[in-house]
Design a binder for this molecule. Sequence first.
Ligand SMILES: [Zn+2]
Length: 270
Amino acid sequence: MHAFDLTRRDFMKLAAVPLLPIQSPPVDPWQETSAILARIKDPVFPDRDFDVSRYKSINDAITACSEAGGGRVIVPAGIRTIDPIRLRSRVNLHLSAGAILKFTTDPQRYLPAVFTRWEGTELMNYSPFIYAFDQTDIAITEAVFGEKVARLPVLPANGFSESTDATRFNGSFKWSLKEAPRIEKYFAQSFGRQLPVTALGQSATHNRLGFDHHDAMDVAVHPDSTEGKALIQELRKMGIPFIAFRGAVPGTSTGPHIHVGRPSTRVTRG
Ligand SMILES: [Zn+2]
């Protein structure tokens, strides 16, 4: 009989083999996350910039940067349609504020095939949008929108400013996180749902970005939604300082949101 030529009876015999006793569930692998993150060290890049606009393509700039021993490849603001990116060792691909990359829709540009994975299976396939093989010390970074906001002129006490990016209010009430329940209560009473707080005080994200956020609260409400408008009005009435972001803040997982409290200042990392 052929090895794979099971008769129905053979199959039934196999199916009757008792299952292994059920083992105690393994420890949740997510619990290892912090240990894994702790042993990842941020790569350090030579202090050299390569402006993409001086090269024929982003990939040319990346190659030049890597061959020079590494550094930062800067993509200036603007929308670009590009071929798949090939990252190389010691290159920090950095997107300036307002830089948008659109990958070409021409499938031919994703060839020749590269060694990659599809649903966990290793194979040769079209290149992913961003690809690296056998490279070390690579990074993709973005200008943090918060930095842009941090560079805006400081508002006078009770000053208010509105732009397409953000609405700011420098309320003179002495805000601290202890006041958070007041806002939660207002929101729950007005909208019949819990205030969607994404960060109360310092969070892992703020640590990673080096922002002092210990006395601030982030609320996942779009400033231009009904809830957002009402919340902004209420905060102004209470004199509580805030920044309402209309767009995602690159480098964080946060989309449009309202930051309640004084603007975060960047903590210098040693
Ligand atoms: Zn915030």
